[in-house]
Design a binder for this molecule. Structure first.
Ligand SMILES: C[S@@+](CC[C@H](N)C(=O)[O-])C[C@H]1O[C@@H](n2cnc3c(N)ncnc32)[C@H](O)[C@@H]1O
Length: 274
């Protein structure tokens, strides 16, 4: 585990961070005692945190591969990119085209510091400090402007981040503002915590309980309904199979399978801007 004293500047080791709790669930080393405590509290309510994080990474890999290989996307804007993990976006995109460009955006100082180390030599890839809630600033950032050609299709990745925006942050308006800046033929990929409601009352109840723990420890976390998540794709063409449990989205040759709770509490989808 990371030594608290040697943490990068700006990192608060007294409060848990979303990026570091996620890193802990993924078996990473970039987390502190306070993150592990928060993660354990959530695990007491629902034991599937690590599996859910792995499902998110699996979806990320398949979505980016699809966009690069099948949709011909050569530039990616990944907002809420997190700490480097296995199968980062630029690694997947560069398997298809070494010249593909990737801009990572996050507001977590640890994610930024570690991302920059990983990418120290990357000609095609950069890490930008920015906040999804300020889409204008994000779009105007010099590194975003330098690497992304807004006349060419872009793959906008909002993966496991919109559920960290409160309703007051107007996540649908934020997503729309970013999509509005992209040309037609661009894509939006989303993964998001899901509350299955009356279809699965036990799982819904568990989602509400873990939502409470997340908000008490991390200050965010919103398990939205299928309809609410689908609203983020408004005006776009959702690709088959639609907005579905992560494991069901274009499974690869070795399909991933998860316990029922994970299956129903995170959804993913990819849509094209007509
Ligand atoms: C759960 S991680 C997801 C990482 C990656 N996208 C994935 O799917 O594996 C969420 C990331 O979003 C970042 N984040 C949360 N709120 C943010 C905001 N308002 N602006 C930018 N990044 C944010 C966190 O710091 C964290 O790194």
């Amino acid at each position: 585990m990371t030594n608290e004293k040697a943490s990068p500047p700006g990192v608060d080791t007294t409060r848990p961070s979303i990026a570091r709790v996620y890193d802990y669930y993924l078996g990473g080393k970039d987390n502190f005692a306070v993150d592990r405590q928060a993660a354990q509290l959530a695990l007491q309510v629902t034991p599937d945190g690590p599996e859910a994080a792995r499902a998110c990474r699996g979806f990320l890999r398949r979505a980016v591969r699809y966009l690069a290989e099948e949709a011909g996307i050569r530039q990616f804007l990944d907002v809420g990119s997190g700490l480097p993990s296995q199968g980062n976006v630029h690694e997947i995109a560069h398997q298809v085209d070494p010249d593909a460009r990737v801009v990572y955006v996050d507001n977590d100082p640890m994610a930024l510091a570690h991302g920059r180390v990983l990418l120290a030599d990357a000609r095609t890839t950069t890490v930008v400090g920015g906040d999804l809630r300020q889409p204008e600033d994000l779009l105007a950032h010099p590194d975003v402007q330098r690497l992304i050609d807004f006349d060419q299709p872009v793959g906008l990745l909002l993966l496991a981040i919109l559920h960290h925006l409160h309703d007051d942050d107007q996540p649908a308006a934020v997503a729309r503002r970013l999509v509005d800046a992209l040309p037609s033929g661009s894509y939006l990929a989303i993964s998001h915590f899901h509350d299955p409601g009356a279809a699965h009352p036990d799982i819904s109840q568990r989602a509400r309980a873990v939502e409470k723990v997340f908000n008490e420890t991390l200050g965010t976390g919103r398990w939205r309904t299928h309809e609410e998540i689908a609203g983020f794709f408004q005006g776009l063409e959702l690709l088959p199979p639609g907005l579905v449990p992560l494991a069901d989205w274009r499974p690869g040759p070795a399909p991933e399978s998860y316990q029922t709770i994970t299956h129903h509490t995170i959804l993913g989808g990819v849509a094209r801007k007509p």
